[in-house]
Design a binder for this molecule. Structure first.
Ligand SMILES: Cc1ncc(COP(=O)(O)O)c(C=O)c1O
Length: 394
């Protein structure tokens, strides 16, 4: 009997794992479910009209080789974009000269490039515990051994990291989301930033500073980037996704000179360059300071109102901290939040159980609640449904 033999996949694809929450998100998409589970920004806040103006301008601009929006461009990104990032803006701090920057296809691509260039299979990578799932996916695909260092109210517990380093831990990378972390909302304390920078220099690892939420601060509180404290040991990433729209797929990173060229080569083999059209559209809006000042003020006010509404509506049900920025509340429940997921869906509300984000700590009684997408009224209904599901179970 003849059987076709199918070609086999490369061995490394064994490490390509689906996002732990994809199945959950499918349940959350049922029309009757109010979802606090997604990590999406509020689509009603996308500056659609301003982006349309930018798109028209981007395609109208034609130079000697045609439109920069439509022609092949440099792998490191359009010069004008890199000049804007290097100068610093309302969205992010300046960190170094233009030639240390790369425009990336979202900051997610930046994470992937870093893993390609700095992580061999079997290398240790320290991540926050709980961790941003997209980062875990990248580092696992690279074959890294993940070590989780807990996050508390002041972000990554750098003292805990220090004691593990003194105990012999030798990571290649330490990954952190230093403002309004996904999933906990915590911000890394300035003292810890200084200590982390010192540890990176002493133990020779790279800090991956993934900072997409920095501009969504509710209280005007931003701290110095770690990239300013240990520039030779830090890659800083940010993105237009949370401040404009994620569909643009425009992010950027700043890397020290010794690493920059290698990252550019890695990017070249992945996608040649980030879409010129996307870069020009994003840039037109991002460097319009008058527009951005108003837009960011509205975005912060809207997200702050939603975050505080959800926090207040959950009073007495879960322990949560009032949000200071970003898109997420991190709650602690008296029940196991994985076991409560189905009852919550039946009650018409979804969240992400804490287990999905745990690295070394199980997080069985914790949960992530996104306040970005629903309206304030919907958030209150969602909180009432959570209350019915959780209290009804007892
Ligand atoms: C911490 C963090 N890093 C990176 C990303 C990816 O963002 P981008 O759209 O810029 O690829 C996200 C998206 O949710 C995120 O939360």
């Amino acid at each position: 009997m003849h059987t076709d033999s199918l070609p086999r996949l490369a061995a490394r694809t064994d490490r390509f794992v689906a996002s732990a929450i994809r199945d959950l998100l499918q349940l959350a998409e049922r029309p009757e479910v109010l979802s606090l589970a997604g990590g999406l920004p509020d689509g009603s806040m996308f500056p659609v009209d301003r982006l349309a103006v930018a798109a028209a301008r981007a395609t109208a601009t034609t130079g000697r080789y045609g439109s920069a929006a439509l022609q092949y461009g440099p792998t490191e990104g359009l010069e004008a974009f890199r000049e804007w990032v290097a100068a610093g803006s309302l969205v992010h701090a300046a960190l170094g000269p233009v030639d240390e920057y790369i425009v990336t296809t979202g900051s997610q691509q930046g994470l992937d490039l870093i893993a390609r260039c700095l992580v061999d299979a079997g290398d240790t990578v320290v991540v926050e515990d709980p961790v941003y799932l997209g980062a875990r996916q990248v580092f696992v695909a690279a074959g890294a051994q993940l070590v989780g260092v807990p996050v508390d109210v002041d972000g990554l517990d750098v003292d805990r990291l220090a004691s593990r380093l003194h105990g012999g831990l030798r990571p290649r990378l330490v990954y952190t989301v230093p403002h309004f972390q996904n999933p906990t909302g915590a911000t890394l304390h300035p003292r810890r930033r200084i200590e982390l920078a010192a540890l990176a220099r002493r133990f020779g690892f790279v800090v991956v500073e993934d900072d997409p939420y920095v501009a969504i601060d509710f209280e005007g509180r931003r701290h110095d980037p770690i990239g300013a404290l240990a520039p030779d040991h830090t890659v800083t990433l940010s993105s237009a996704s949370k401040v404009l729209a994620p569909g643009l797929r425009v992010g950027w990173l700043r890397a020290p000179a010794w690493l920059h060229r290698t990252l550019v080569l890695a990017k070249q083999s992945v996608d040649l360059h980030t879409s010129g059209l996307d870069q020009l559209v994003a840039l037109d809006v991002l460097r319009d300071d008058t527009f951005m000042a108003g837009h960011l003020a509205t975005l912060r006010a809207v997200y702050a109102a939603k975050g505080h509404a959800l926090h207040a509506a959950l009073d007495g049900l879960f322990a949560t901290r009032a949000p200071t920025g970003g898109m997420f509340l991190w709650g602690t429940a008296t029940d196991d939040t994985s076991a409560m997921f189905e009852p919550a869906i039946s009650a018409g509300v979804a969240y992400v159980p804490g287990r999905a984000f745990g690295v070394e700590i199980e997080r069985s009684h914790q949960l992530r609640l996104s306040f970005a997408t629903l309206t304030t009224d919907e958030l209150e209904v969602a909180a009432a449904r959570l209350r019915a599901a959780f209290l009804g179970a007892n």
